[in-house]
Design a binder for this molecule. Structure first.
Ligand SMILES: Cc1cc2nc3c(=O)[nH]c(=O)nc-3n(C[C@H](O)[C@H](O)[C@H](O)COP(=O)(O)OP(=O)(O)OC[C@H]3O[C@@H](n4cnc5c(N)ncnc54)[C@H](O)[C@@H]3O)c2cc1C
Length: 468
C-alpha cells in the first residue's frame, strides 16, 4: 500500500483522526496519523499540497511532555516505522541512522561495538529525529554540549517535497534552525552523528547525600573532574531540608576498572519490565505518601560513596525501569516544568523552590543539572547555568498560577523554559526567553512560506503563524 493509499485508509478508519498528547498527557488534540516507513513516503506526502493543507508535523516516540508533537486537525507523520538503517563507520566514528531509530536501538548496536554516543537524554525510548528536533542534552552538557554538536549531516524534507542534504560545514541557518526547531522546518528522515570509543562498558559513580538546597548547589558547583553531574532533589521535605538531594557525579570507566563479574552483556533494547496499566487512578499519588517515599529513598543512599561501578541502564535511564509511568498521574496528567537560569541567578532557582513550597504545589520529582555553552541554534534550550526539571501533577491546586509566576521570573532574568516540555507558556514571554527568534522565522519562511509545518505548540506560541 502506498503512503497515499495508507493515508486514505487511515482517514477512513479513524473518522475524526487519532487523539494525541505528549508524555505529560495534559492537552489532547486529534489529527490524521499517517505512518511513514521510508524517506520516499515522506517526500511523497509532503509533496502533496492537498494532503498537507491543514498542517503537517513529524512525530517520533511522543516522549516530549507537552504539545510539540501534535497538530489539531492536521496530519501527523508517525516516523517510528522509519527505523531500518543503523550504519556504523568505525574508522571515522560516525553512525548514520534513520530518524525513527530510538536511542535504545542505537545503543544496543553501539555498546557491543565498543562505541558510545556522547549525548544521552534521560530516557532511551526517544527517536533520534525527535532528539535532534529538541536538541536534547544529557547530564554532561557542560563537557559535551547537546546533540547539535554531534550532527555531521542530516536529510530534511520540506513542504513541496524538497529534499535538503545539510552538513555541519554547509548546512547554515537551515541546519541551525532544524536542530531544536521542533519539527517546524520540515521532516528529518536520517542523520549522521559523531560517536566515540567506549573504553569500558561501565561508569564510576560518586554519590553524596546533602541536607539542604544550599549544600546541593555548593557540591554541584565544585569541579572535581567528573563528566556527568546530576542531583535528585527532595522538594517535599519540610523547611530547611527542602532541596536536600542525592548528588551523583560520575565518569567513564577505563579498562581494568570494572569488576570482572562475568555479568552478561547489557541489552538495552528491551522494554520496561513493569508497566503502569491504563486508567491508573491519579488520587493514589498523594503528596504525603510521596513525601514519605522520598524520605525513605533519600536515606537509602549512602552519605558518601566513591567510584561505584554501574552499567548504562542504571547510569543513564533510571526512569525507564517502569513503562508508561506517566499514567501514575491519572487522567489529569503532569506538567514537566524545566527551566534554566544563569549562574548569577541561582537566587531565582532558590526562590522557585520556596514559592512552590509556600503555595503547597507538590513536586513529585525534581532533577537539577548544570548546563554549559549554548550551541547557536535559535530555539535550542541549553544556555550556561542551572536547569531544574520539576514533575507536578497538573490537577494540583495552584499549579498553573505558580508556574505562570515562575515563567515571568525566569524570563526577567534572561532564563528560559524548555519548549519540548512546555504546554502552557504565554506567547508574550517567548521572545525574552529566546531572543534569536527572528533567525528561526527567517529560515522557516524560506522553506515553508505557506506555513504548512505546524504544531499545537507552534500555534500557541506563534512559531508558525496563521495558515495561508
Ligand atoms: C522520561 C524522560 C526523560 C527525558 N530526559 C531528557 C533529557 O535528559 N534531556 C533532554 O534534552 N530531553 C529529555 N526528555 C525529552 C525528550 O528527549 C524530547 O522531548 C525528545 O524530543 C523526544 O523524542 P521523541 O522521539 O519522543 O519525539 P516526539 O515527542 O514525538 O517529538 C518531539 C518534537 O520533535 C519533532 N520531531 C520528531 N521527529 C522528528 C523528525 N523526524 N523530524 C523533524 N521533527 C521531528 C516533533 O514534531 C516534536 O516537535 C525526556 C523525556 C522523558 C519522557
Amino acid at each position: 500500500m502506498s503512503v497515499l493509499e495508507r493515508g486514505r485508509a487511515t482517514r477512513l478508519g479513524a473518522r475524526a483522526g487519532r487523539r494525541l498528547s505528549g508524555w505529560g498527557r495534559t492537552t489532547f488534540s486529534r489529527a490524521r496519523v499517517v505512518r511513514a516507513s521510508s524517506h520516499d513516503e515522506v517526500v511523497a506526502l509532503l509533496g502533496e499540497g492537498e494532503r498537507t493543507r491543514d498542517g503537517v508535523l513529524a512525530r517520533g516516540a511522543g516522549r516530549s511532555y507537552g504539545d510539540a508533537a501534535q497538530v489539531a486537525g492536521g496530519t501527523v507523520l508517525d516516523l517510528t516505522g522509519l527505523a531500518e538503517t543503523i550504519e556504523i563507520d568505525r574508522e571515522r566514528k560516525l553512525v548514520r541512522v534513520d530518524a525513527g531509530v530510538t536511542y535504545a536501538q542505537l545503543l544496543a548496536r553501539l555498546i557491543p561495538a565498543g562505541l558510545m554516543i556522547p549525548v544521552i537524554p534521560g530516557t532511551r525510548h526517544v527517536t533520534l529525529g525527535g532528539a535532534i528536533a529538541s536538541d536534547v542534552h544529557g547530564k554532561n552538557h557542560p563537557v559535551d554540549g547537546s546533540i547539535a554538536g554531534l550532527v555531521e549531516a542530516l536529510t530534511l524534507v520540506t513542504p513541496g517535497g524538497c529534499v535538503y542534504e545539510l552538513t555541519a560545514e554547509s548546512g547554515g541557518e537551515l541546519l541551525a534552525t532544524t536542530i531544536g526547531g521542533l519539527g517546524l522546518t520540515g521532516v528529518v528522515t536520517s542523520a549522521t552523528l559523531r560517536v566515540e570509543s567506549l573504553a569500558a562498558p561501565g561508569w564510576l559513580v560518586d554519590t553524596d547525600r546533602t541536607d539542604s538546597l544550599e549544600q546541593t548547589l555548593a557540591l554541584m558547583s565544585r569541579d572535581e573532574g567528573h563528566r556527568y553531574n546530576v542531583a535528585w532533589l527532595d522538594l517535599l521535605a519540610r523547611g530547611a531540608q527542602s532541596g536536600r538531594a542525592v548528588v551523583t557525579r560520575s565518569r567513564d570507566a577505563q579498562p581494568g576498572e570494572l569488576p570482572s563479574d562475568g555479568a552478561p552483556r547489557e541489552d538495552l533494547s528491551h522494554a520496561s519490565r513493569l508497566t503502569i496499566p491504563p486508567g491508573f487512578p491519579g488520587w493514589v499519588l498523594q503528596p504525603l505518601a510521596i513525601a514519605a517515599f522520598n524520605g525513605l529513598r533519600w536515606r537509602a543512599f549512602p552519605r558518601h560513596e566513591r567510584g561505584k561501578p554501574v552499567r548504562a541502564e542504571h547510569h543513564f535511564f533510571p526512569l525507564d525501569g517502569f513503562g508508561a509511568w506517566n499514567r501514575l498521574y491519572g487522567a489529569q496528567g503532569l506538567f514537566q516544568y524545566q527551566f534554566v537560569v544563569g549562574d548569577q541567578h541561582a537566587d531565582v532557582l532558590i526562590d522557585a523552590v520556596r514559592l512552590l513550597a509556600a503555595r503547597r504545589v507538590p513536586v513529585f520529582l525534581a532533577v537539577l543539572k548544570r548546563l554549559g555553552e549554548a550551541d547557536g541554534c535559535p530555539l535550542s534550550f541549553p544556555m550556561p547555568g542551572w536547569t531544574l526539571a520539576l514533575d507536578i501533577p497538573a490537577g494540583a491546586a495552584g499549579a498553573r498560577q505558580t508556574l505562570d509566576a515562575l515563567d515571568e521570573r525566569v524570563a526577567q532574568c534572561g532564563g528560559r523554559v524548555y519548549l519540548t516540555k512546555d504546554v502552557r507558556l504565554r506567547r508574550d514571554l517567548l521572545e525574552a526567553m529566546y531572543p534569536e527568534l527572528g533567525r528561526f522565522h527567517a529560515a522557516r519562511e524560506l522553506v515553508d512560506p505557506d506555513g504548512v509545518m505546524r504544531s499545537d505548540l507552534g500555534q500557541r506560541l506563534g512559531l508558525c503563524g496563521p495558515l495561508r
